[in-house]
Design a protein around this ligand. Structure first.
Ligand SMILES: [Zn+2]
Length: 358
């Protein structure tokens, strides 16, 4: 009994952590029941329906309005898919790749992935074969691919010649008004954003993870299109491609702090989420913590809405909200269709966002 009392004094979390570290979560509930029963503890019965009432009330208070993107009909497909905004501009090539319809087997023997990123995980020949299939399907075979080295910065590179200088461009944004160039951005959770000025025929492609978003890369991108091509924001259309949505994007304090330093509207970008955990549901007291919400690995985690953050920047830059299209697909929720760096713990491929003037 002394052992149990000692554990109760120090809090029950150590028991939970020990059990989770040594057993699977489902096994842990049985272990936990036995452990507590052995110590002479039984759980007081809740009034019938109390937990459900508590949970639904809690969810109503905590669940953000734009929690999960509305469930779309599952398209079980092995075909090469390209997601596009409904722009209908015959002089423009644009789109976001998914992971289906390629030749890569590196990320699962029963898969045929369209990995478009060259890395040590996949063979270079396979990636080049995937790219050829993607460009063919997108009608982009005659364009010159511009694929920058992305470093999570706010660097926007201006391409002003049909024959770009040799060597790698290091940037997280590209803009041009030169026909024949295919601007590209690679992602697997980060936000890919494409811009087109329909009046002056200028285009841009941007890579916005949380660092690029804090550095306001897309807001800066619109500004550079204004300065370089005289683009009026009201003539610019934007497309936000598949990325990790708020449902799956838990972030740490340092991220929350940086957004609050930069944006007056930062509060609107974050929401607490509770992980649905069977042990949490049965033994909520195990998750009692003295730390503030979001500051502990128990209880709610703070989630960031990167799509909303970038949409706000586009609005601040003067874009018409009706001209901002978003795919509203979560990469982490749908690893059948998208690569997700976080969900797949880094072992994954890359999708590509492309835009080019014919
Ligand atoms: Zn998700």
């Amino acid at each position: 009994m002394e052992r149990y009392l000692k554990l109760l004094r120090t809090g029950l979390s150590p028991i939970y952590n020990h059990l989770v570290a040594t057993k699977s979560k489902t096994k842990s509930i049985a272990e936990l029941d036995k452990f507590l029963a052995d110590g002479g503890f039984t759980r007081a019965k809740r009034p019938k329906g109390a937990l459900e009432r508590h949970r639904s009330q809690r969810d109503a208070e905590q669940t953000p309005k734009r929690a999960k993107p509305a469930a779309k009909p599952k398209r079980k497909t092995s075909k090469l898919e390209i997601l596009r905004a409904d722009w209908n501009l015959p002089w423009l090539i644009n789109g976001f790749s998914t992971r289906t319809g390629g030749y890569s087997t590196a990320f699962g023997p029963d898969r045929k992935d369209l990995n478009l990123g060259i890395s040590q995980h996949d063979s270079r020949d396979t990636v080049l074969k995937n790219r050829a299939a993607f460009f063919k399907s997108a009608g982009a075979t005659k364009l010159t691919l511009i694929s920058p080295k992305q470093i999570h910065s706010s660097i926007v590179h201006v391409l002003d010649s049909a024959k770009p200088t040799a060597g790698t461009i290091t940037a997280d944004g590209l803009i041009t008004n030169v026909p024949g160039l295919l601007l590209s951005i690679q992602t697997a959770d980060c936000v890919p954003i494409l811009l087109v000025d329909t009046k002056t025929k200028a285009i841009g492609a941007f890579h916005a993870g949380w660092r690029g978003t804090v550095a306001r890369i897309v807001e800066k991108g619109v500004g550079m299109m204004r300065v370089t091509y005289g683009s009026a924001p009201r003539n610019i259309r934007a497309a936000i491609g598949p990325c990790i949505a708020q449902c799956c994007y838990a972030v740490g304090e340092e991220v929350v702090d940086q957004f609050h330093t930069q944006f007056a509207y930062a509060d609107a970008l974050f929401k607490p989420y509770f992980e649905d955990d069977p042990i949490n549901r049965k033994y909520p007291l195990l998750f009692m913590t003295a730390r503030a919400p979001g500051h502990s690995n128990l209880g709610p985690q703070i989630h960031l809405d990167l799509v909303e953050a970038n949409r706000r920047q586009l609005l601040d830059a003067g874009l018409d909200p009706k001209k901002i299209w978003s795919s509203d697909e979560c990469t982490s929720c749908n690893t059948d269709r998208f690569f997700s760096y976080r969900k797949e713990a880094g072992f994954t491929g890359r999708m590509m966002a492309i835009i080019g003037i014919k």
